[in-house]
Design a binder for this molecule. Structure first.
Ligand code: 5GP
Length: 192
């Protein structure tokens, strides 16, 4: 998606440890018009799929998933939580995920009330790096017995292994921008 690539070039910054910072438009300040066009693009890519529900992970997935849902018949959006809380009652699906950016493990939790066996689910997230967050969501989907129709990613870091592994496992991964390489010193980002 050229518009997203241009925006990353313009407003993204490369941080040490191969981290791309896009907080000016994606995961702190949100450009909702851009989110809307991203949602339209996923809807075009997954036009032949029936989607009952979108599943994402807090926090940065929520905004893009909610706007994307407008392009998938206003389907419900469920987001996995990363912390236990007294508001999370009843039975839950949980998986453990290692965070690349925070360099620590955290749980992903979805209430059993919001995933029903047989539902057709689209997974959405802001970044795909080593694929740990997606693996956690996939584990939960498998436990719940829902069908994963596809995976929509805003920015895939193609030089990390997540995208390759998910595609090899047979998942339909639609990344709107795939970063081939980044140079922290020059501040440049190359796309696939
Ligand atoms: P993975 O689990 O695929 O290794 O990493 C994906 C998750 O880590 C995303 O949910 C995202 O929040 C975070 N992440 C990974 N790499 C980056 C990055 O370069 N920039 C930002 N902003 N987040 C990242």
């Amino acid at each position: 998606m050229k518009e997203l690539e241009d925006r990353i070039r313009r407003d993204g910054t490369v941080k040490p440890g191969d981290v791309l910072k896009v907080d000016a438009f994606l995961n702190h300040q949100c450009d909702v018009t851009l989110f809307d066009r991203m949602g339209a693009e996923w809807a075009r890519i997954f036009a032949d799929r029936h989607i009952d529900k979108i599943l994402t992970i807090e926090a940065s997935g929520i905004g893009i998933a909610c706007v994307a849902a407008r392009h998938f018949g206003n389907c419900p959006v469920v987001f996995a939580k990363k912390t236990q809380s007294i508001n999370l009652d009843g039975d839950q699906y949980t998986a453990r995920v290692y965070s690349y950016t925070k360099q620590k493990e955290f749980p992903v939790i979805v209430s059993k009330r919001f995933l029903t066996a047989g539902e057709h689910v689209l997974l959405i997230d802001d970044f795909l790096a080593n694929g740990k967050a997606m693996s956690g969501l996939i584990d939960i989907c498998n436990e719940a017995g829902v069908k994963i129709e596809g995976i929509g990613i805003a920015i895939e870091k193609g030089f990390q292994r997540g995208g390759k592994e998910l595609r090899a496992a047979g998942y339909d991964v639609a990344s709107l921008a795939i970063v081939k390489s980044m140079d922290g010193e020059k501040g440049t980002v190359e796309f696939a």
